[in-house]
Design a protein around this ligand. Structure first.
Ligand code: HEM
Length: 568
């Protein structure tokens, strides 16, 4: 009976479709015609915009006001609108106040922007926001930076060759970062320091049979304390056992601080900023008082207990040598460096630990993979971690890459210093360019496969398998990290000559945190929790505020139990 009903239904459907096919023109042709006309109008409009040199604009119901307000106060909604528009065009325009902003998508455009240091820079962003608002640079120091229009590159920008090399402050300052955070002789000791410090920190949990932890608290305190010691040395935490909380309070208010509300309107941002800077200043006072500049072993050290990492000492020395001697200059620079170093690493660690802890089979494979990075001394039998091998572990690197792809939500921002043309559109001098990771990192055409859409975390997304023959001729399958030519759509660290100088340190801090924890402990997922510790009926989602301003914060936490693995 059921079958016959289905049969009749099928027949009816078939009849109504095929039986009326002679009516096709009557029913469907007008719609088809309308669609073709619409497409032609859109094409004509787009080509007119191209001819006028201007890309499509984001709808702005109250011109100059609505988009600006939504960008500032409802950023997630704004970015989702922008994301939809960027599905149909590679360049879109909106106004922030009266400033034209060009949003870009597509790997070709993204790479073009990163390669155009002659047309774009972050000069105005540094002078209007970062240096005065966050660093609290004095007017005098700002004026000296402002006079340097020679760019970040080794060679001054055309037309600025007359600026003396010792007045190329942007290049000089940036160079100290890349030198002392990038070169292996300075970077590797920092990574070693972090590894030993973090291992020591874990030992305090090894004396208990079982410890219940909030992953969020663990990252925001235990991991952050080690990251602070790695960069600034032990002094900040000796002075203030919860120094990292000053930084996290600043982190919460950083955006509001950049907006520059006066203290009488909104006092908290000012208070937390002042407290953070004052505590940083105390660390600096102690470092200047105790560091021996005449001791060659101290000045050559990549890390020492007074200033911490050499990059900090060299930045402070650079300021002094270049005449930036305002009392607040050094504290501002150190406080922002420490914040830049942790404001993404720590929330990304959280996301990475969530993914690993909730998936016991992934955790076990990562643990086994981590073991392969150890080398055993044939004489003593002692095992040490080979950092080079560690940094190349394919699955761990894939998990790390996937975490950044999904949770680093950042709009790369550039000021346009010289008009140029991109994808047929004119991008005028004085405008801003923004490249959202949210669009590129979630592009289904680039990252998605049928079983694993781009919006989903998939540990093996950046893995391919190759066959390998061992000495006995046995063939086995080997995991290899491979982004499959998609790296042009992946830029969690920005790009071009402004790319993040701390990226290598960041990667190793994050991967070591996860690897050391799971190699020393059995990790059991207990439940998702809210920030007050009560159970949550769902896993975390991205907190929407400040989408495009850095790593998305999770809106939930995870409770885990850790038990020491006694065989180690
Ligand atoms: C996963 C962690 C991190 C992420 C996702 C990240 C991301 C970024 C991004 C997107 C930029 C701007 C790049 C551009 O405009 O093209 C940046 C700049 C910067 N980052 Fe990072 N960063 C991380 C960790 C670190 C660490 C560990 C340090 C220092 C120890 C650091 C220091 C800096 C500095 C000093 C700048 C400013 C560079 C300049 O303007 O010349 N970052 N970072």
């Amino acid at each position: 009976m059921k079958n016959s009903t289905l049969y009749y239904q099928t027949m009816e459907f078939g009849d109504s479709f095929f039986g009326q096919s002679h009516d096709f023109a009557k029913h469907y042709a007008p719609r088809l015609l309308l669609t073709i006309i619409c497409l032609m109008v859109v094409a004509a409009f787009t080509s007119r915009l191209r001819a006028s040199g201007q890309p499509p604009s984001l709808r702005d119901p109250i011109p100059f006001v609505f988009n600006t307000a939504q960008f500032v106060y409802g950023n997630e909604k704004f970015m989702n609108r922008a994301k939809n528009v960027l599905k149909t065009t590679s360049v879109a325009k909106f106004y922030m106040g009266i400033k034209p902003v060009y949003l870009l998508a597509g790997s070709k455009n993204i790479q073009a922007i990163f390669g155009r240091s002659q047309n774009v820079n972050n000069y105005e962003i540094m002078l209007r926001w970062n240096l005065p608002k966050w660093y609290k640079f004095s007017k005098e120091d700002l004026k000296r930076f402002a006079a340097d229009k020679s760019g970040r590159g080794r060679n001054p920008l055309p037309g600025t060759e007359s600026i003396p090399p010792d007045h190329r402050f942007f290049y000089g300052y940036e160079h100290v970062h890349t030198e002392y955070l990038g070169k292996p002789q300075y970077l590797n000791p920092l990574i070693e320091y972090f590894m030993h410090d973090f291992s020591r920190n874990l030992d305090k949990y090894a004396v208990h049979k079982c410890t219940t932890l909030s992953v969020r608290d663990f990252c925001k305190h235990d991991v952050t304390k080690c990251a602070v010691r790695t960069l600034l040395g032990p002094k900040p935490n000796e002075l203030y056992p919860n120094f990292e909380d000053f930084m996290w309070d600043f982190d919460e208010e950083a955006f509001t601080i950049a907006l520059g509300f006066p203290k009488w309107i909104h006092s908290r941002p000012h208070k937390v900023h002042e407290r953070y800077l004052a505590a940083t200043q105390e660390y600096l006072d102690s470092a200047w008082a105790h560091f021996d500049w005449n001791d060659p072993s101290a000045t050559a050290a990549a890390w020492e207990p007074h200033f911490g990492a050499r990059v900090c000492r060299e930045i402070l020395k650079w300021f002094k040598d270049n005449g930036f001697n305002e009392p607040s200059t050094g504290a501002g620079a150190m406080a922002i460096l420490l914040w830049a170093a942790n404001s993404n690493v720590i929330p990304l660690c959280l996301w990475m630990m969530f993914e690993v802890a909730k998936d016991p089979s992934l955790l076990q494979i990562l643990r086994e993979e981590f073991n392969t990075a150890y080398v055993t001394d044939p004489r003593t039998g002692s095992r040490t971690l080979n950092l080079q091998k560690f940094a190349a572990l394919p699955l761990l690197t894939s998990v790390y890459t996937e975490t950044l792809r999904l949770s680093m939500s950042f709009n790369v921002v550039r000021n346009v210093s010289q008009t140029f043309t991109l994808d047929g559109y004119k991008i005028p001098k004085g405008a801003l360019v923004q490249v959202p990771t949210l669009v590129a990192h979630y592009d289904e055409d680039v990252w998605g496969i049928e079983a694993h859409p781009a919006s989903e975390f998939w540990a093996e997304r950046h893995i391919k398998y190759t066959e390998e023959k061992d000495d006995s001729g046995k063939i086995s399958s080997k995991r290899v990290f491979d982004m499959g030519g998609r790296s042009g759509s992946y830029f969690p660290y920005g790009g071009g000559n402004l790319i993040c100088p701390g990226r290598n340190l960041a990667k190793l801090e994050m991967t070591l945190t996860v690897a050391l924890l799971i190699s020393k402990f059995d990790v059991e997922f207990v439940e998702w929790i809210k920030f007050d510790g009560s159970p949550s009926d769902r896993p975390p989602q991205h907190l929407g505020e400040l989408c495009g301003g850095g790593t998305a914060q999770p809106d939930r936490d995870m409770k885990i139990k850790i038990r020491p693995i006694t065989s180690l």
